[in-house]
Design a protein around this ligand. Sequence first.
Ligand code: ADP
Ligand code: GLC
Length: 564
Amino acid sequence: MPTKQPKNETTTAKATTAKAKPAAKKTAAKKPAAKKTTAKKAAKVEAPVEEKVEAAPEPEVAPAPAPEPEPAPAPEPMPEPRRSVAFIGSECYPFVKTGGLGDVMYALPKALVALNCDVKVIVPNYGVIKPEWKEKMVFRGSFDMDLCADGRSFYVGIMEYVWDGVVYDFIDNEEFFAGGNPYTNLVDDIPKFCYFGKAALAALNYMEWVPDIIHCHDWQAGLVPVYLRTMFADTALSHAKVVTTIHNLRFQGKYNIPTLKYWSNLPDSAFNMGALQEEWTEANMLKGGLAYSDLITTVSNTYAGEIQTAEYGEGLDAHLRHHSGKLRGIVNGIDIDIWNPATDKLLAAPYGVDDAIEGKKANKLALQKSLGLYEDSGKFVIGLISRLTNQKGLDLVSAVAPGLIDGNTQLVILGTGDAEYENNFRALENDHKGEVCAYIAYDEALSHQIYAGCDAFLVPSQFEPCGLTQLISMRYGSVPIVRETGGLKDTVEPYNMYENTGNGYTFDRYESGLLWDAINRAKTLYFEDRADWDRMVIRDMEKDVSWKKSAEQYRQYYLELTQW
Ligand code: ADP
Ligand code: GLC
């Protein structure tokens, strides 16, 4: 699939005035051919009746009357009214994913479609998107868009793919997106996401698709609300309400004001202390986006509170306190079709609640075998799957890991990231061959096998806006051991030995001694009271970690914003 389209397909439309061009031709070509079905039907009708009678042998005993067919369950009525939403963000599973944002950009739109929303997801058409996906995309149109202060303009192509009721529009531009990974360094990323924010809005205008809600995700979409209320204020799009979701406040898209002014060409009025400006010389894309949004959400209730404090506010706590009236927390879910141990084709032995204990044993042995660990289903296997950055509490893990390896315990780490952590974990594996595996890579299939094959799962984060790995591990019956922060606090109920309730082990302060203690409490139950441990495994698998409730909450907020 060529990235750039021939000149004659390009309209020289300026950003805000881009006109829609019919893209019907190419899309229609992808529609399923109706012919074959008609031919089959016709063949059925024309089959000679005599032949059928001859072929049927006389039954010796009169067959029992066919049971009344069960009436198909009535489909749940769609909630009214319908709302249209454009999701704008920098990654989306399965096309491109570096972390949980990618999961959410895939699963939440799907859940919203089931709640009578019309959803478009707008993401960059990165070079790293695999050909199998690129081949499915259909060219929807293109135009040139003014971007920079000196009038430099750039090509914007729109490649479209419709899947499971969600429309994915990929913004195509080789200069910005061909380079591979979604994020490289701020020198490249600032211009890239200035371009992306404006191109996403220009693309909506071009397609003449005016959503009720424009839903932006993280700093990479930070300029969208700013553009919407300034340079796009006179377009039909300004009718839309804008929501920004903070997935991770640590990343904000900060750069010096002259550079951001040059690339965005946004009016000076947007560069004030209440919006894009921060300190004397700096501009902050997320800060601006939050100021211009009608609603700010973040991915758990606890994180919504935490980010208004100096400890977790990453320098934006005062700004967030100022906007606290429009700040809400909605906890993430996971896609329970993709993450389903009963149907997961990547597992050695899929399992459900009924055969979980045996199933998990089989997966543990398969995992140990594939990673070169001692094969013994009696060992306590601890998993960790993470970006290797200081957010994730890896210093605590490094501090306790050597002491954990006591002959009964194994540790499996899957992750990539900072060289310091990668090397520490490689060295740990080297010192404990057969008991520790540090698999330094991004590997989707192995992640499924670890979720299934381990007994306990570590998420000792310094901060965690929501966290998806603890949700996935519960779904796979691996007991989470987490620090009580952000979404970890909101989703993992501590085990209560007196009432036999709870889903995992938790600790509060960021101290290795407390992580050590939590892991040992887990080990004690595992080795000394397996029946209660197994009950917790089942409770975890039965916990509702789907998107259902949270998608409903998003929908309610969309409705509150759009009472027209
Ligand atoms: P974050 O977004 O901060 O990285 P989350 O817990 O929200 O953390 O989401 C992480 C997602 O990325 C999960 O789906 C997890 O399984 C996946 N993941 C993280 N690291 C890897 C890896 N090395 N290989 C495969 N999947 C990974
Ligand atoms: C971020 C956060 C993580 C959250 C994810 C999806 O990357 O670090 O906690 O689960 O976004 O919202």
